[in-house]
Design a protein around this ligand. Structure first.
Ligand code: MCN
Ligand code: MO
Length: 720
């Protein structure tokens, strides 16, 4: 079979030759260019929007202020720097940017609130007055008998860990093109959710779904930041509809930093109780989410709270999830969306308990890992399959954890400061339904339409592999199309590390249906009930190729459906793994360099080890950057200080450590037809705690007892 083979991506040829078409490459006759007048203030009343000079600027085609379906500055207020107050449409981009300068907006600046704790104080400025406070969401998760567990604990540790905000930083900024020809409204967007955009655009404009087509062209990364339907998508669609002309908007990098959701930005206040032998009995805490100006990223604090126990058998817990509005860009999903936070939090708590009891970091994990799967954690989440203790031990061995520690000891004697850090995780991947349409072509090749929305994962290759195995043909004979609502009616898309599991399983189901259909036709043609294998139907000493069966059906000589649709509903599935990081600390400067990163993941069946390893490396690098330097900074007035890539540091290959990626030799498949669990976010989730632990390890060689309680861990933090 082809599943398990490291096939190079079919997508690469078009991408590497520069032939891939992104939103900004969509060029239509008569294209107009849209831009937005955006607030320089983080919090202000909008007193007057005067666009008359803009409208009079030569080359400006239309201006749209608040009203008429353009819901700019709702409530007459802007709540974050960069919030749109008006839209301008011009003949070209040069005219557009000149014209935007001429907008005259009267603002009455209001005090901004940029810190969660400040936002919670009585008398704090209110981001949304109608709420009466800045708390936009609150929910408590409990299980077991927390009071009793704390009474029975021999030790109780408590602390706080805070995680910075991050910009998901897709290489391609967001952008939209919309065009209305009087019959169909077509929208191209750099998005993960064409089906959602279609529904919302249709609703906003009062059009039947059938007359709205959304195309997701090639997308240069998203990392969760393109899974919402953004206001710009609706506004550009509306402008094109009103003007009956094609309209394009592509965000500049700074505009993208302000108008595309940020990620992370959670704080945990915790208490944990354990027995002297290291068994952790209870965790308790509050997760505060710095939600930003609008509560768009629902569920982040909840996921962090409900996954807080991680892979450990902790039977008593109470965690409150609180989302707090601030005058910042709205917060939403960024690679892992709540699970990186939960994992970093619990790994820090476990290390804290270990320190308190003087127990080794491996040993404490050994004593607390969940032993029996399936397992329902204290907040009601059921981990499906796995053998955590066995995978943990094999992982440590395979990653050479103990040898690495010895190496660090030896180097320390020579004056070189190395730190070795370990992390263990369990995470949730996959949810919801996904759809696939499979069509048999008359030469025995196959066309698969998927509702998945890949944007760098290489899914066209992986899907071809799973379909090829099911149909017993070559992956070269399977062509995968994605990203167009004209292909397929509905679906969710690529996010939550769900694609190969949900969409791949839908594709396998479709392949099974199609095989059953073709078997009916083959039976008629052969006159006996055939077996299928290797691309041929056989019985009674006769055989016919799958292509000939299809051809016969197209010619009306036998009957079968040649196009089948499948909708698959996928319950979540839970990867587990062990990761190890080695860093080097420069004692002069406090500069930390990640030098080696090793991973060992049980993600069930690995469809394509090359793609999966790519996910691990890219994902880990993002988590490493979170640990060491990436950070969104706002000043006290809510100005975004890190407003472009000169001030906001994303990792490049030059910052990458050496990677050694392993997958479990004895994996525990999920119950889905693919047997897979997601890998798209696992390494982002596992890497930050491993690196934080490694940095702590290195620092402790010179300053024993130091405990890291925030990310990023900057050189300033290290020598403070
Ligand atoms: N895979 C595999 N075997 C498995 C699991 C996955 O071979 N057991 C392969 C899949 O075939 C696919 C890739 O690994 O090619 C990732 O699959 P999966 O884990 O199903 O994740 P998704 O395809 O749903 O990708 C989403 C995930 C998320 S949620 C974020 S965020 C993220 C990520 O993918 N954003 C990315 N990786 C990214 N990679 C790139 N280049 N760009 C992004 O924006
Ligand atoms: Mo994601």
């Amino acid at each position: 079979g082809f599943v398990g083979k490291p096939l190079p991506r079919f997508e690469d040829d078009v991408i590497l030759r520069g032939k891939a078409r992104y939103v900004d490459d969509v060029d239509l006759p008569g294209m107009l260019y849209a831009g937005f007048v955006r607030s320089p203030y983080a919090h202000a009343r909008v007193l007057k929007v005067d666009l008359s000079d803009v409208a009079g600027h030569p080359g400006v085609v239309a201006v749209f202020g608040p009203g008429g379906g353009f819901d700019f500055a709702p409530g007459g207020k802007v709540r974050y720097q960069g919030e749109a107050v008006a839209m301008v449409v011009a003949r070209d981009r040069y005219v557009l940017y000149d014209a935007l300068e001429k907008a005259s907006v009267d603002y009455e600046p209001l005090p901004a609130v940029v810190d969660v704790y400040e936002a919670l104080k009585p008398g704090a400025p209110l981001v949304d007055e109608s709420l009466g406070s800045n708390v936009v969401y609150e929910r408590v998760y409990t299980g077991g008998d927390v009071e009793r567990a704390f009474r029975e604990a021999d030790v109780v540790v408590e602390g706080r860990f805070s995680i910075q905000r991050l910009v998901p930083s897709a290489m391609e900024t967001r952008g939209v093109v919309a065009s209305y020809d009087g019959e169909t409204l077509t929208v191209w967007s750099s998005t993960q959710v064409p089906f959602d955009i279609r529904k919302e655009v249709a609703k906003a404009l009062g059009l039947p779904l059938a007359k709205v087509r959304v195309i997701q062209p090639h997308v240069g990364g998203a990392f969760g930041s393109k899974l919402l339907v953004y206001p710009e998508e609706l506004w550009v669609a509306r402008a094109a509809y009103v003007l009956r002309a094609p309209v394009k908007w592509v965000a500049t990098r700074t505009e993208d930093f302000r108008a595309t959701t940020h990620g992370r930005g959670l704080v945990l206040e915790y208490r944990a109780g354990a027995r002297r032998d290291g068994r952790i009995l209870a965790v308790e805490g509050v997760v505060y989410e710095d939600a930003g100006a609008y509560y768009w990223g629902e569920g982040l604090a909840d996921t962090a709270a409900r996954m807080l126990p991680g892979p450990y058998d902790i039977r008593h817990g109470r965690v409150k999830a609180v989302a707090v509005l601030t005058n910042k860009t709205p917060l939403s999903a960024y690679r892992g969306a709540g699970r990186p936070e939960a994992t970093l939090f619990i790994e820090r708590i476990v290390d804290h308990v270990a320190d308190e009891l003087g127990i080794d970091r491996v040993e404490i994990r050994r004593r607390n890992l969940v032993r029996q799967l399936p397992y329902t954690n204290v907040f009601g989440i059921t981990y499906d399959t796995g053998d955590y203790p066995a995978t943990f031990e094999r992982g440590l061995e395979r990653l050479g954890y103990h040898q690495l520690r010895k190496w660090a000891e030896e180097e320390a004697r020579r004056g070189r400061l190395l730190g070795v850090g370990l992390s263990v995780y369990v995470e949730i991947t996959t949810f919801g339904y996904e759809t696939a349409i499979l069509r048999a072509e008359e030469d025995g090749s196959f066309t698969l339409y998927t509702a998945l929305t890949p944007h760098g994962q290489g899914l066209a290759t992986a899907l071809a592999q799973v379909v090829a195995d099911e149909l017993e043909v070559s992956p070269e004979a399977v062509k995968v199309y994605w990203g167009d609502t004209a292909y397929i009616g509905d679906g969710i898309g690529t996010m939550g590390s769900r694609s190969i599991t949900a969409g791949g399983s839908a594709a396998i189901q479709a392949a099974r249906k199609l095989k059953a259909e073709l078997a009916k036709a083959a039976e008629k043609l052969l006159g006996c009930r055939p077996e299928y294998g290797g691309g041929k139907f056989r019985c009674g000493g006769r055989e016919i190729s799958i292509g000939d069966v299809v051809k016969a059906v197209y010619r009306g000589k036998a009957e079968a459906q040649l196009t089948v649709e499948s909708i698959y509903h996928a319950e979540p599935t839970f990867p587990f793994g062990v990761h190890v990081a080695v860093v080097e600390l420069d004692p002069e400067t406090g500069f930390v360099k990640p030098i080696l990163y090793r991973s060992y993941d049980d993600v069930g069946v690995v469809v394509n080890p090359l793609l999966a390893a790519g996910q691990v490396m890219g994902g880990a690098l993002q988590g490493i950057a979170q640990a060491l330097y990436e950070e969104v900074v706002y000043d006290g007035d809510g100005n975004l200080v890190t407003s472009n890539l000169a001030f906001y540091h994303v990792p490049t290959a030059a910052e990458a450590p050496r990677f050694e990626v392993h997958f479990a030799e004895e994996p525990h498949p999920s119950k889905h037809p693919t047997g897979t669990k997601g890998i798209g976010e696992a390494a982002t989730i596992a890497s930050t705690p491993a690196v934080v632990a490694a940095v702590e390890d290195a620092i402790r060689r010179v300053k024993p007892g130091v405990r890291i309680s925030k990310t990023p861990v900057s050189p300033e933090d290290i020598w403070r």
